[in-house]
Write a protein that binds this ligand. Sequence first.
Ligand SMILES: [Zn+2]
Length: 237
Amino acid sequence: MTHRFFSTSIALLFLVPTLVFAAELPTDRSYITFDAAKQDAMTPASAIEKLKAGNRRFVEGDAHNRDLRAQAESTASGQYPFAVVLSCLDSRSAPEIIFDQGVGDLFVARVAGNVINDDMLGSFEFATKVAGSKVIVIMGHSACGAVMGACDGVEMGHLTGLLDKIMPAVDATPVAADAARNATNRKFVEAVTEANAKMQVADVLRRSPILKALVDQGDLLVVPAMHDLSTGEVTFL
Ligand SMILES: [Zn+2]
């Protein structure tokens, strides 16, 4: 009797901490990142749907509880990201977080004002033509400081040249007759941000024959998007 009680107690000692631990840290190892077969099975359209679904989880506070350590191990021998995201440097607009993706899921390029240059195009060409990603998202965000700086004609060191890349969007964005054409006009700033994302997409296709060919073959989509900082929601334009 004593022996049986002792055995049961020992068993409970092991069982109870396991249950408590499981309840406190429900990690799911099933969100292991893409392998070549999974990436091959994706289309540009399904890649966008996957990003939309991830953003919905983020907005609803229902992000996957990934085992990132396990993902790091499983991707160490190779990567098969399904999407590329170019976003602003802004600390609040982090693609892996707002699209609820894990290690090895996304190629991420970041620069203030989410503008492209030759190095960015080379990176995109690698990420898609060589590494097989299905979509490039160029994502602006609300209340973007870089866009505000461009709207106000800010000049400072190397920032001047960067903001010059946003100026075509500033120049192309109309305002009402009585409205200000500067950063005090919130609607103007948002409109310039959208225009900038769209113009960067057009520039990608104009400047990179490799990416244009992938798009024409139906193997790639290049799309502009906007991230609302306050809601977390990403709108594909
Ligand atoms: Zn920004």
